[in-house]
Design a protein around this ligand. Structure first.
Ligand SMILES: *Cc1c(COP(=O)(O)O)cnc(C)c1O
Length: 281
């Protein structure tokens, strides 16, 4: 058994992780379509809001973040960073937020803010898949190892769908759901794959390591994250990568992977989110 880690968290201090991969071709499209404004959606601790604000600042876009829920002052560290990057923050109630993909609602936003390039919540669209596919391609290009499994944490599943799209015929992708009831991901990922014309059955979702649900954590999870830091000098986040590595180590212990398997786990970043969680690290 060999475990490797693809360190997407080290790509850039502010604009790294999978959210950068998901944004990359969206930003290219926004430039090509001569947009000067990015508009997107997220929760108050969203890694995607953080990354979009950083990208907007670097590339000279005006950025607007539509935030679910009420405004709280002082801002939490995620939103403070976003505002410092120049992102305009607009808060909407949860009922309105649920309409975020509807044409009528988007038209009302255009009326209010003018023309913008719309990045969906989490950055999850077909251009995101194109960016995430490059993670797999890089893994296979940059290493002479033959990897059998590529693992990632899953929220919307767009990242894993991109990873799946880049697999070699001998490889499998394994996604760890961070939300409760994560089996919905199987359908969502099938839909994403269909949208980009990927036909693949070389993947599966494990929904057993959600720790109570999205952004829910336990003492045991934080203990694992602390131990991981001590053993490997690598920080994990409590929402995504901590749960994936916990699950991965548990599956290895239980003999899930065939003997001699070569596994790559993707560190998708997200460390900024730790500042918003009650943690001991
Ligand atoms: C958003 C995120 C994910 C999940 O990505 P999806 O494409 O929504 O499945 C995984 N890890 C981190 C750190 C993230 O921020």
């Amino acid at each position: 058994m060999n475990l490797f880690i693809k360190r997407e968290d080290l790509v850039d201090a502010e604009l790294g992780g999978n959210k950068w991969r998901k944004l990359k071709y969206n930003l290219e499209a926004a430039v090509a379509q001569q947009h000067d404004t990015l508009l997107t959606f997220g929760g108050a601790y969203s890694n995607h809001i953080y990354a979009t604000a950083a990208a907007g600042k670097r590339l000279g876009f005006r950025s607007i973040g539509i935030i679910r829920g009420e405004a709280h002052e002082p801002l939490n560290p995620t939103l403070e960073f976003a505002r410092n990057c120049g992102m305009q923050l607009e808060y909407i109630d949860r009922a309105s937020y649920r309409q975020k993909a509807q044409a009528e609602f988007i038209a009302s936003l255009e009326k209010k803010f003018g023309r913008f390039y719309l990045v969906p919540e989490g950055g999850s669209n077909t251009l995101a898949l194109k960016g995430c596919m490059e993670i797999t391609q890089e893994i296979n290009k940059e290493s002479s190892e033959q990897f059998d499994f590529i693992c990632s944490a899953c929220g919307t599943g767009a990242t894993l769908a991109g990873i799946i799209s880049g697999l070699l015929p001998s490889q499998k992708a394994l996604g760890f759901a961070v939300l409760k009831g994560g089996d919905f991901l199987v359908n969502d990922i099938k839909n994403f794959l269909e949208q980009v014309g990927t036909v693949s059955t070389q993947w599966s979702i494990n929904a057993d390591y959600h720790f109570g649900g999205y952004a829910k954590t336990t003492e045991e999870l934080w203990g694992f994250i602390e131990q991981f830091k001590q053993n490997f000098d690598i920080l994990l986040d409590g929402v995504y990568t901590g749960k994936m590595f916990y699950g991965l180590f548990d599956l290895i212990k239980k003999g899930y992977f065939p003997k001699g398997s070569r596994i790559v786990a993707i560190h998708t970043g997200g460390l900024q989110g730790n500042s918003g969680l009650v943690s001991k690290i």
